[in-house]
Design a protein around this ligand. Structure first.
Ligand code: GTP
Ligand code: MG
Length: 372
């Protein structure tokens, strides 16, 4: 039986148990206060509530591992960090084009033309203020992260093409955005097109509970064109104003924690993982546990593919050194000992395999029954 329950977690992190249960209920997991939580679930729920959790392993008399839970969040160490902005919207409405435009207008000189490689996340510096963007070209990470209840997003930019209006996927994005609770900014894109219909887009939005500020609502609708660059400056300003209102903070001194956006196997360099650091500072040489895999950070690169030695909160990084390819949406944690990271990764792999095996066995016996 897992030794962490809703109640013990609530006591450890100083959040009401109903907040913890609400997160689980939203995932369809109808727990009660005395129900057990997996170690991973406890860590993820805590992260979502903005608390770091340290799980300590102790050998008990019965020679069984038990876990005690401790929060190590120190408000005195919190510092401002760049907002993490996720771009959502219907296919082809211009998410990637907008980001390319933002980036080419805001990366340091000399580098603007040289963007060859498409990546999921990058950071721009706008008038001395950093913003971290996450593109969602239909890649699995966003859905995965939602499924895990992990939300890295501070601000959502909803892209709606002015010639197309609110489409089915836009509606899906609106419901994701609403349930995440993050502030929403609409980029009404492709405003350069002759068949752009601003009034229709505003109506569509209002009909879907996104009431534009110009109609007395709370959502800023910024007219943009990724082709001409119109509105890009305004969009960035609106993002920065929103970020200022919310004062996003993190402790840069602690061990790094964050999320894997995507990962792949590189012929020459082994497993390469795109991560976003949420809290703490990641350093070359750190040991990381990421889902069912682990490793030591051998090399680290920023979004311009430059080698870096350390990465503070909200930084997107590419990391070499994990043993296997982690899944998108998986949390990572820096750990003190590689042996412990290896152990937990192995335990998780085996737990998963046991689950798969038992579900297979179930379906087999069902088949047996049916064919009998
Ligand atoms: P997915 O990642 O496939 O969901 O699409 P996306 O939302 O990233 O759209 P993408 O940026 O790939 O743009 C789709 C098409 O629209 C491309 O052909 C772009 O050149 C075009 N496009 C994007 N923004 C604009 C714009 O502001 N004006 C015009 N005229 N075309 C645009
Ligand atoms: Mg795209």
């Amino acid at each position: 039986e897992p030794p962490i329950t809703v109640r013990t977690l609530s006591e450890a992190i100083g959040h009401p148990s109903k907040d913890i249960m609400r997160i689980l209920w939203n995932e369809g997991n109808m727990v009660t206060i005395n129900d057990g939580l997996s170690e991973e679930a406890a860590l993820e729920i805590s992260l979502e509530l903005g608390v770091e959790l340290e799980i300590k392993r102790q050998e008990t008399a019965k020679d069984r591992l038990t876990l005690s839970v401790e929060s190590d969040e120190d408000p005195a160490n919190l510092e401002h960090r760049p907002p993490i902005v996720t771009i959502l919207g219907h296919v082809d409405h211009g998410k990637t084009s907008l980001l390319d435009k933002i980036r080419s207008a805001n990366v340091t000189s000399g580098e603007a033309g040289g963007i060859t490689q498409h990546i999921a996340s990058y950071q721009v510096d706008h008038n001395g203020q950093k913003v971290t963007f996450v593109d969602t070209p239909g890649h699995a990470a966003f859905g995965e992260m939602r499924a895990r209840g992990a939300n890295i997003t501070d601000i959502i930019v909803l892209v709606v093409a002015a010639d197309d209006g609110v489409m089915p996927q836009t509606k899906e994005c609106i419901s994701h955005a609403k349930s995440s609770g993050a502030p929403i900014i609409v980029a009404m894109n492709k405003c350069d097109l002759p068949d752009a219909d601003e009034q229709k887009v505003l109506q569509d939005l209002a009909a879907n509970e996104i009431l534009p500020a110009e109609w007395g609502g709370e959502i800023e609708v910024i007219r943009t064109s990724a082709t001409t660059g119109e509105g890009i400056e305004n969009l960035l300003e609106t993002i920065l104003v929103t970020a200022e209102l919310h004062e996003y903070k993190a402790d840069p001194k602690r061990d790094a924690v964050g999320v894997c956006l995507e990962a792949f196997l590189d012929e020459g360099r082994g497993v390469m993982s795109w991560l976003i650091v949420q809290r703490g500072t990641m350093r070359v040489g750190d040991v990381i546990l990421c889902g069912e895999t682990y490793g030591r950070v051998r090399a680290m690169y920023n979004d311009r593919n430059e080698e870096i030695q350390e990465a503070p909160p909200s930084t997107p990084i590419k990391v070499a050194g994990l043993e296997e390819v982690p899944s998108a949406g998986e949390f990572f944690f820096v750990m003190p000992e590689i042996e412990e990271a290896r152990q937990i990764a192995n335990d998780r792999r085996h737990a998963d395999r046991a689950e798969v095996l038992s579900s297979r066995r179930k379906s087999l016996s069902l088949d047996d029954l049916l064919s009998a």
